[in-house]
Design a protein around this ligand. Structure first.
Ligand SMILES: [Zn+2]
Length: 412
């Protein structure tokens, strides 16, 4: 009887502890979301973020000479460094080395607003860290909305050749600043899912390998532990929507090179969350990742081995299309077939705006794939301007039966 009572008390006690722990975690999350709302930079919105978008903001943020031009791009645009903080832990962050990957740039400005907010958390961060930020490494690519720089070189494959001025500028910043951690900030396409779970990879991480056999040394372990800790926090906001990138070794990639040079490096990939093609939601998750990561470093919580936790983050997999249409009746050369097809957005720069155009990219079996938008035609009959079957690379403008009209992928 006594043992039974003890067990009940123990269970009740455990339950209270678990509830308290969950409560504390929820508060932390609410704080982070509140911090984001307070510090979100309203002048940066959408996908097209250029040097012009950020230059005046940088000047405004530089009240204490934090801003410096550290070189010029191929087309002679300034590349800025914004350095702030007096703390011992040195963090080098660079964004938009791929010109059309702007989500992390937006989050970086939200973070800089926080650092300049004169709040307790800002003071704590500034006293503990020194942040060296290169918010736009590839201003030419940003203007053209291309991954590559103006010479059509992928800067993230130029870490050994250093053939481009932008690559040399980043390498010099790395050498001069001597960081304790590197944050390599990117966007990823909408095609990535978290394994085969059917959830999009809204944020992905990687602790790049430093050698061919992908061993784990002390510095890579720090990056792994940092990611595992950030993942713990982020899972509360977007459960199951966090992926881990493939860690094949390629010394031409900047992250692999910096890891090889002994500095723990974390790759951040901002990805898709439902109906968020402008990446304003994902921007928040990157902000939360940055703050929670610095919190972990502040608490020195990256020394405990979290390799298993890191490995438990499922790998990214190419399993998504923007649109999937299932059970569609097509008429091909007089033969009726029930099939499926998929469409994918292509992003283009038209008159200073990013335009999303949906094109048909796959016809046939799509069993292992998911659509961010899925439509079951229930054997409705396909037709478009050209005939009774979809063709690859045509725009996704079509009818199902006679009454359902799809324009640019969507039913209208
Ligand atoms: Zn990238």
């Amino acid at each position: 009887m006594f043992t039974f009572l003890n067990s009940i008390i123990f269970l009740l006690f455990t339950n209270v502890i678990i509830k308290m722990f969950t409560f504390v975690k929820q508060i932390l999350l609410m704080d982070l979301e509140h911090l984001f709302d307070q510090n979100k930079e309203p002048l940066l919105q959408g996908r097209y973020i250029t040097l012009e978008s950020i230059e005046s903001l940088l000047i405004k943020l530089s009240t204490d000479n934090e801003l410096e031009i550290i070189g010029k791009s191929v087309l002679d645009k300034p590349i800025y460094k914004y350095q702030i903080g007096t703390g011992n832990t040195r963090i080098l962050l660079w964004s938009q080395m791929h010109g059309n990957e702007s989500t992390t740039t937006k989050a970086l400005f939200d973070f800089l607003n926080l650092l300049k907010s004169d709040s307790d958390i800002a003071r704590k961060l500034i006293n503990s860290f020194t942040f060296c930020c290169i918010p736009m490494l590839n201003p030419d690519g940003a203007e053209l909305y291309t991954r590559e720089n103006a010479n059509k070189v992928d800067l993230n494959r130029d870490a050994q050749n250093l053939s481009q001025p932008e690559s040399r500028i980043l390498r010099a910043a790395f050498g001069n600043f001597r960081p304790d951690f590197c944050y390599n900030l990117h966007d990823q396409r909408t095609i990535f899912g978290v394994g085969s779970t059917g959830k999009p990879a809204t944020v992905s991480f990687l602790a790049p390998a430093y050698n061919e056999s992908r061993e784990i040394n002390e510095s890579r372990r720090k990056a792994i532990n940092l990611i595992a800790g950030i993942n713990d926090v982020l899972q509360q906001c977007i459960p199951g929507q966090i992926g881990r990138f493939d860690d094949s070794f390629n010394l031409n990639c900047v992250g692999d090179t910096f890891q090889f040079l002994g500095v723990p490096t974390v790759l951040f990939e901002a990805g898709h969350s439902p109906n968020d093609y402008l990446r304003e939601e994902t921007r928040k998750y990157i902000f939360i990742s940055l703050i929670s990561g610095f919190q972990l470093l502040y608490e020195n919580d990256v020394v405990v081995n979290k390799f298993d936790k890191y490995l438990s983050i499922p790998q990214n997999k190419v399993v998504f299309y923007d649109f999937i249409y299932k059970n569609i009746k097509i008429n091909y050369d007089g033969i009726e077939i029930i099939t499926n097809f998929a469409a994918q957005y292509t992003e283009g720069l038209v008159k200073n705006q990013i335009v999303f155009k949906a094109f048909i990219v796959k016809i046939g079996e799509l069993d292992d794939y998911f659509g961010h938008y899925e439509y079951d035609g229930n054997e409705a009959v396909y037709h478009d301007e050209n005939g009774d079957f979809p063709q690859l690379n045509q725009e996704a403008d079509f009818y199902l039966d006679t009454n359902l009209k799809f324009v640019n992928g969507l039913l209208i």
